[in-house]
Design a protein around this ligand. Sequence first.
Ligand code: PMP
Length: 357
Amino acid sequence: MTEPILPRIRPEIAALPPYRQGKQAGPEAFKLSSNENPFEPLPSVLEALQHTAPINRYPDASAGALRARLAEKYDVDVDAVHVASGSVSILYQLILGVASVGDEVVYAWRSFEAYPGIPLVAGATGIQIPLTDGARHDLDAMADAVTDQTRAIIVCTPNNPTGPIVTSAEFAAFVARVPKDVLIILDEAYAEFVTAPDAVDGLGERVFEQYQNVVVLRTFSKAFGLAGLRVGYAIGHPRVLDAARATGIPLSVTSAAQTAAIASLDAEDELRERVTVIVERRTRLVGGLRAQGWDVPDSQSNFIWLPTGEQTDAAAAAFDAADLIVRPFAGDGIRISVGEEQSIEKVMAVASALRAG
Ligand code: PMP
Protein backbone atom coordinates (compact mmCIF):
# COMPACT_ATOMS: atom_id res chain seq x y z
CA MET A 1 0.00 0.00 0.00
CA THR A 2 1.40 3.37 -0.92
CA GLU A 3 0.87 6.14 1.60
CA PRO A 4 -1.51 8.81 0.29
CA ILE A 5 -0.06 12.28 -0.12
CA LEU A 6 -1.80 14.51 2.41
CA PRO A 7 -1.75 18.28 2.85
CA ARG A 8 1.27 19.44 4.83
CA ILE A 9 0.52 20.19 8.47
CA ARG A 10 2.67 22.65 10.46
CA PRO A 11 5.08 20.33 12.33
CA GLU A 12 4.42 21.96 15.72
CA ILE A 13 0.69 21.43 15.19
CA ALA A 14 1.13 17.81 14.11
CA ALA A 15 3.08 17.25 17.34
CA LEU A 16 0.44 18.92 19.55
CA PRO A 17 -1.58 16.38 21.56
CA PRO A 18 -5.34 16.99 21.59
CA TYR A 19 -6.85 18.53 24.74
CA ARG A 20 -7.05 15.76 27.34
CA GLN A 21 -10.52 15.58 28.83
CA GLY A 22 -11.37 13.86 32.08
CA LYS A 23 -12.78 10.36 31.61
CA GLN A 24 -16.52 10.02 31.17
CA ALA A 25 -18.12 8.31 34.15
CA GLY A 26 -20.43 5.31 34.10
CA PRO A 27 -23.83 5.51 35.84
CA GLU A 28 -22.46 4.27 39.18
CA ALA A 29 -19.42 6.53 39.24
CA PHE A 30 -18.87 10.06 40.48
CA LYS A 31 -17.26 12.23 37.80
CA LEU A 32 -14.77 14.35 39.70
CA SER A 33 -12.38 14.95 36.81
CA SER A 34 -13.50 18.18 35.13
CA ASN A 35 -14.42 20.60 37.95
CA GLU A 36 -18.02 20.68 36.82
CA ASN A 37 -20.99 21.74 38.89
CA PRO A 38 -22.55 18.57 40.38
CA PHE A 39 -26.04 20.08 40.77
CA GLU A 40 -28.86 19.55 38.29
CA PRO A 41 -29.60 22.52 36.01
CA LEU A 42 -32.03 25.00 37.56
CA PRO A 43 -35.66 24.60 36.40
CA SER A 44 -35.77 28.32 35.57
CA VAL A 45 -32.79 27.95 33.23
CA LEU A 46 -34.33 24.89 31.54
CA GLU A 47 -37.58 26.82 31.17
CA ALA A 48 -35.78 29.77 29.54
CA LEU A 49 -34.18 27.36 27.08
CA GLN A 50 -37.66 26.39 25.86
CA HIS A 51 -38.09 29.94 24.61
CA THR A 52 -34.72 30.58 23.00
CA ALA A 53 -34.43 31.64 19.36
CA PRO A 54 -35.38 28.97 16.80
CA ILE A 55 -32.44 26.75 15.87
CA ASN A 56 -32.87 27.28 12.13
CA ARG A 57 -31.74 30.89 12.76
CA TYR A 58 -28.21 32.04 13.51
CA PRO A 59 -27.52 33.41 17.00
CA ASP A 60 -26.91 37.09 17.71
CA ALA A 61 -23.25 37.36 16.63
CA SER A 62 -22.57 40.15 19.11
CA ALA A 63 -24.31 38.37 22.03
CA GLY A 64 -25.82 41.82 22.60
CA ALA A 65 -28.38 41.01 25.28
CA LEU A 66 -25.93 38.96 27.36
CA ARG A 67 -23.18 41.57 27.03
CA ALA A 68 -25.61 44.33 28.00
CA ARG A 69 -26.61 42.30 31.04
CA LEU A 70 -22.99 41.77 32.09
CA ALA A 71 -22.16 45.42 31.41
CA GLU A 72 -24.95 46.43 33.76
CA LYS A 73 -23.83 43.95 36.42
CA TYR A 74 -20.25 45.20 36.40
CA ASP A 75 -21.07 48.84 35.59
CA VAL A 76 -18.94 48.97 32.44
CA ASP A 77 -19.47 49.91 28.81
CA VAL A 78 -20.92 47.11 26.62
CA ASP A 79 -17.72 47.17 24.56
CA ALA A 80 -15.73 46.41 27.71
CA VAL A 81 -17.46 43.00 27.72
CA HIS A 82 -16.61 40.15 25.37
CA VAL A 83 -18.44 36.82 25.24
CA ALA A 84 -17.23 33.61 23.58
CA SER A 85 -17.91 29.89 23.54
CA GLY A 86 -16.15 29.21 26.85
CA SER A 87 -13.39 31.25 28.44
CA VAL A 88 -10.88 28.90 26.83
CA SER A 89 -11.96 30.39 23.49
CA ILE A 90 -11.18 33.86 24.81
CA LEU A 91 -7.69 32.70 25.83
CA TYR A 92 -7.06 31.60 22.23
CA GLN A 93 -8.60 34.78 20.79
CA LEU A 94 -6.52 37.10 22.97
CA ILE A 95 -3.24 35.26 22.46
CA LEU A 96 -3.82 35.09 18.69
CA GLY A 97 -4.52 38.80 18.81
CA VAL A 98 -1.27 39.76 20.56
CA ALA A 99 1.36 37.09 19.88
CA SER A 100 2.83 35.49 16.80
CA VAL A 101 6.12 34.01 15.56
CA GLY A 102 9.05 35.03 17.76
CA ASP A 103 6.82 36.32 20.57
CA GLU A 104 6.61 34.88 24.07
CA VAL A 105 3.70 34.07 26.37
CA VAL A 106 4.50 33.54 30.05
CA TYR A 107 2.39 31.37 32.36
CA ALA A 108 2.80 29.39 35.56
CA TRP A 109 3.27 25.65 35.46
CA ARG A 110 1.65 23.49 36.54
CA SER A 111 -1.55 25.28 35.62
CA PHE A 112 -4.55 24.88 33.29
CA GLU A 113 -3.77 22.17 30.76
CA ALA A 114 -4.96 24.19 27.78
CA TYR A 115 -2.30 26.90 28.26
CA PRO A 116 0.67 25.18 26.56
CA GLY A 117 -1.17 24.68 23.26
CA ILE A 118 -2.37 28.26 22.91
CA PRO A 119 0.90 30.15 22.20
CA LEU A 120 1.89 27.24 20.02
CA VAL A 121 -1.16 27.67 17.77
CA ALA A 122 -0.28 31.35 17.47
CA GLY A 123 3.25 30.37 16.38
CA ALA A 124 4.62 31.94 19.58
CA THR A 125 6.71 30.41 22.36
CA GLY A 126 5.30 29.50 25.77
CA ILE A 127 7.49 30.25 28.78
CA GLN A 128 6.58 28.12 31.80
CA ILE A 129 7.45 29.36 35.28
CA PRO A 130 7.34 26.65 37.99
CA LEU A 131 4.96 27.07 40.91
CA THR A 132 6.41 27.68 44.38
CA ASP A 133 6.68 24.83 46.91
CA GLY A 134 3.24 25.83 48.18
CA ALA A 135 1.79 25.21 44.67
CA ARG A 136 1.29 28.96 44.20
CA HIS A 137 2.21 31.32 41.34
CA ASP A 138 5.79 32.61 41.60
CA LEU A 139 4.90 36.10 40.41
CA ASP A 140 8.41 37.46 41.00
CA ALA A 141 9.86 34.81 38.72
CA MET A 142 7.09 35.45 36.19
CA ALA A 143 7.90 39.18 36.12
CA ASP A 144 11.63 38.33 35.89
CA ALA A 145 10.86 36.19 32.81
CA VAL A 146 9.49 39.16 30.84
CA THR A 147 11.65 40.03 27.81
CA ASP A 148 11.25 42.37 24.84
CA GLN A 149 9.48 39.46 23.13
CA THR A 150 6.85 38.96 25.85
CA ARG A 151 3.38 39.83 24.57
CA ALA A 152 1.17 38.21 27.19
CA ILE A 153 1.21 36.71 30.67
CA ILE A 154 -1.51 34.43 32.00
CA VAL A 155 -2.20 34.49 35.74
CA CYS A 156 -4.58 31.75 36.92
CA THR A 157 -6.24 32.40 40.28
CA PRO A 158 -7.32 30.16 41.93
CA ASN A 159 -4.77 28.02 40.14
CA ASN A 160 -6.03 24.96 38.31
CA PRO A 161 -5.12 22.22 39.31
CA THR A 162 -3.53 23.11 42.67
CA GLY A 163 -6.09 25.51 44.20
CA PRO A 164 -4.30 28.49 45.82
CA ILE A 165 -5.04 32.13 44.95
CA VAL A 166 -2.95 35.18 44.14
CA THR A 167 -3.55 37.96 46.67
CA SER A 168 -4.53 41.55 45.75
CA ALA A 169 -1.24 42.85 47.11
CA GLU A 170 0.78 40.27 45.16
CA PHE A 171 -1.11 41.07 41.98
CA ALA A 172 -0.63 44.84 42.37
CA ALA A 173 3.12 44.40 42.96
CA PHE A 174 3.30 42.12 39.91
CA VAL A 175 1.42 44.44 37.55
CA ALA A 176 3.69 47.30 38.62
CA ARG A 177 6.67 45.31 37.36
CA VAL A 178 5.18 44.38 33.95
CA PRO A 179 5.51 46.77 30.98
CA LYS A 180 2.18 48.42 30.16
CA ASP A 181 2.22 47.12 26.58
CA VAL A 182 2.22 43.49 27.74
CA LEU A 183 -1.23 41.91 28.07
CA ILE A 184 -1.98 40.32 31.46
CA ILE A 185 -4.83 37.80 31.37
CA LEU A 186 -6.27 37.24 34.84
CA ASP A 187 -7.96 33.86 34.48
CA GLU A 188 -10.58 33.74 37.23
CA ALA A 189 -12.58 30.72 36.04
CA TYR A 190 -13.16 29.68 39.68
CA ALA A 191 -13.59 33.15 41.24
CA GLU A 192 -17.04 32.45 42.69
CA PHE A 193 -15.61 29.75 45.00
CA VAL A 194 -13.03 32.06 46.58
CA THR A 195 -13.52 32.83 50.28
CA ALA A 196 -10.05 34.19 51.19
CA PRO A 197 -10.51 37.91 51.94
CA ASP A 198 -7.07 38.84 50.59
CA ALA A 199 -7.58 37.16 47.18
CA VAL A 200 -7.42 39.35 44.10
CA ASP A 201 -10.89 39.87 42.64
CA GLY A 202 -10.38 41.29 39.17
CA LEU A 203 -13.98 42.41 38.76
CA GLY A 204 -14.78 43.40 42.35
CA GLU A 205 -11.62 45.49 42.55
CA ARG A 206 -12.00 46.71 38.95
CA VAL A 207 -8.35 45.93 38.19
CA PHE A 208 -9.15 46.15 34.46
CA GLU A 209 -9.88 49.85 35.02
CA GLN A 210 -6.78 50.54 37.11
CA TYR A 211 -4.56 48.75 34.60
CA GLN A 212 -5.56 48.90 30.94
CA ASN A 213 -3.35 45.92 30.09
CA VAL A 214 -5.32 43.58 32.37
CA VAL A 215 -8.23 41.53 31.00
CA VAL A 216 -10.29 39.50 33.48
CA LEU A 217 -11.71 36.14 32.36
CA ARG A 218 -14.76 34.49 33.90
CA THR A 219 -16.93 31.55 32.88
CA PHE A 220 -20.46 30.20 33.18
CA SER A 221 -19.07 26.64 33.21
CA LYS A 222 -18.30 26.23 36.90
CA ALA A 223 -20.32 28.10 39.54
CA PHE A 224 -23.08 28.80 37.01
CA GLY A 225 -23.30 25.15 35.90
CA LEU A 226 -23.41 25.65 32.13
CA ALA A 227 -20.27 23.73 31.09
CA GLY A 228 -22.14 21.86 28.37
CA LEU A 229 -23.37 25.02 26.69
CA ARG A 230 -19.95 26.69 26.43
CA VAL A 231 -20.08 30.32 27.43
CA GLY A 232 -17.47 32.54 29.06
CA TYR A 233 -16.70 36.24 29.17
CA ALA A 234 -13.96 38.80 29.50
CA ILE A 235 -14.00 42.31 30.96
CA GLY A 236 -11.29 44.70 29.86
CA HIS A 237 -10.36 47.67 27.74
CA PRO A 238 -12.63 47.75 24.65
CA ARG A 239 -9.70 48.13 22.25
CA VAL A 240 -7.92 45.13 23.75
CA LEU A 241 -11.11 43.09 23.54
CA ASP A 242 -11.47 44.18 19.89
CA ALA A 243 -8.45 41.94 19.23
CA ALA A 244 -10.39 38.97 20.64
CA ARG A 245 -13.47 39.94 18.64
CA ALA A 246 -11.32 40.05 15.49
CA THR A 247 -9.69 36.65 15.96
CA GLY A 248 -12.80 34.86 17.24
CA ILE A 249 -14.75 32.52 15.01
CA PRO A 250 -17.97 34.36 14.11
CA LEU A 251 -21.31 33.17 15.49
CA SER A 252 -19.85 30.54 17.79
CA VAL A 253 -21.86 31.46 20.90
CA THR A 254 -25.17 29.67 20.38
CA SER A 255 -28.58 31.19 21.09
CA ALA A 256 -29.10 28.53 23.76
CA ALA A 257 -25.85 29.51 25.48
CA GLN A 258 -26.79 33.20 25.45
CA THR A 259 -30.28 32.51 26.77
CA ALA A 260 -29.08 30.16 29.52
CA ALA A 261 -26.38 32.58 30.63
CA ILE A 262 -28.91 35.40 31.04
CA ALA A 263 -31.32 33.08 32.89
CA SER A 264 -28.44 32.03 35.17
CA LEU A 265 -27.65 35.65 35.97
CA ASP A 266 -31.34 36.05 36.85
CA ALA A 267 -30.93 33.10 39.24
CA GLU A 268 -27.58 34.13 40.64
CA ASP A 269 -28.69 34.10 44.30
CA GLU A 270 -29.88 30.51 43.99
CA LEU A 271 -26.63 29.50 42.25
CA ARG A 272 -24.58 31.23 44.96
CA GLU A 273 -26.32 29.05 47.57
CA ARG A 274 -25.03 26.01 45.72
CA VAL A 275 -21.54 27.52 45.69
CA THR A 276 -21.78 27.83 49.49
CA VAL A 277 -22.57 24.12 49.70
CA ILE A 278 -19.56 23.25 47.52
CA VAL A 279 -17.31 25.47 49.64
CA GLU A 280 -18.54 23.72 52.79
CA ARG A 281 -17.76 20.31 51.22
CA ARG A 282 -14.34 21.60 50.15
CA THR A 283 -13.55 22.68 53.71
CA ARG A 284 -14.52 19.24 55.01
CA LEU A 285 -12.54 17.45 52.33
CA VAL A 286 -9.35 19.49 52.75
CA GLY A 287 -9.61 19.20 56.56
CA GLY A 288 -10.21 15.44 56.40
CA LEU A 289 -7.34 14.78 54.00
CA ARG A 290 -4.93 16.92 56.03
CA ALA A 291 -5.95 15.02 59.17
CA GLN A 292 -4.95 11.85 57.30
CA GLY A 293 -1.50 13.37 56.75
CA TRP A 294 -1.85 14.57 53.14
CA ASP A 295 -0.11 17.84 52.32
CA VAL A 296 -3.09 19.38 50.49
CA PRO A 297 -2.54 22.99 49.37
CA ASP A 298 -5.16 25.56 50.40
CA SER A 299 -7.94 25.28 47.82
CA GLN A 300 -10.04 28.31 47.00
CA SER A 301 -11.78 26.50 44.20
CA ASN A 302 -14.16 23.62 43.50
CA PHE A 303 -11.35 21.03 43.42
CA ILE A 304 -8.51 19.89 45.60
CA TRP A 305 -4.97 18.72 44.83
CA LEU A 306 -3.64 15.47 46.25
CA PRO A 307 0.16 15.37 45.91
CA THR A 308 0.64 11.69 45.09
CA GLY A 309 4.01 12.16 43.31
CA GLU A 310 5.46 8.96 41.87
CA GLN A 311 2.47 7.00 43.20
CA THR A 312 0.01 8.94 41.03
CA ASP A 313 -0.86 6.17 38.58
CA ALA A 314 -1.49 3.61 41.33
CA ALA A 315 -3.47 6.15 43.36
CA ALA A 316 -5.61 7.05 40.33
CA ALA A 317 -6.30 3.35 39.79
CA ALA A 318 -7.49 3.07 43.41
CA PHE A 319 -9.93 5.97 42.92
CA ASP A 320 -11.06 4.44 39.63
CA ALA A 321 -11.71 1.09 41.32
CA ALA A 322 -13.92 2.91 43.84
CA ASP A 323 -15.95 4.47 40.97
CA LEU A 324 -14.41 7.88 41.54
CA ILE A 325 -13.26 9.40 38.25
CA VAL A 326 -10.44 11.85 39.10
CA ARG A 327 -7.79 13.68 37.08
CA PRO A 328 -4.26 12.28 37.51
CA PHE A 329 -1.14 14.18 36.41
CA ALA A 330 1.55 11.50 36.08
CA GLY A 331 4.42 11.80 38.54
CA ASP A 332 2.86 14.81 40.23
CA GLY A 333 -0.58 14.58 41.77
CA ILE A 334 -4.31 14.10 41.41
CA ARG A 335 -6.95 16.80 41.05
CA ILE A 336 -10.30 15.89 42.55
CA SER A 337 -13.40 18.01 41.96
CA VAL A 338 -15.60 18.77 44.95
CA GLY A 339 -18.72 17.00 43.79
CA GLU A 340 -21.82 15.29 45.14
CA GLU A 341 -22.24 14.96 48.92
CA GLN A 342 -21.87 11.16 48.80
CA SER A 343 -18.57 11.46 46.95
CA ILE A 344 -16.82 13.29 49.82
CA GLU A 345 -16.70 10.34 52.23
CA LYS A 346 -15.77 7.99 49.37
CA VAL A 347 -12.83 10.18 48.36
CA MET A 348 -11.65 10.32 51.97
CA ALA A 349 -11.93 6.55 52.34
CA VAL A 350 -9.75 5.90 49.27
CA ALA A 351 -7.23 8.57 50.33
CA SER A 352 -7.04 7.03 53.81
CA ALA A 353 -6.43 3.55 52.37
CA LEU A 354 -3.66 4.99 50.17
CA ARG A 355 -1.93 6.44 53.25
CA ALA A 356 -2.25 3.15 55.10
CA GLY A 357 -0.98 1.18 52.09
N1 PMP B 1 -9.51 28.63 32.78
C1 PMP B 1 -9.29 27.68 33.70
C2 PMP B 1 -8.28 27.94 34.76
C3 PMP B 1 -10.00 26.49 33.66
O1 PMP B 1 -9.75 25.54 34.56
C4 PMP B 1 -10.97 26.29 32.64
C5 PMP B 1 -11.78 25.03 32.54
N2 PMP B 1 -11.28 23.88 33.00
C6 PMP B 1 -11.14 27.30 31.72
C7 PMP B 1 -10.42 28.46 31.81
C8 PMP B 1 -12.08 27.17 30.58
O2 PMP B 1 -13.40 27.09 30.94
P1 PMP B 1 -14.55 27.28 29.90
O3 PMP B 1 -13.95 27.25 28.52
O4 PMP B 1 -15.48 26.14 30.14
O5 PMP B 1 -15.16 28.61 30.18
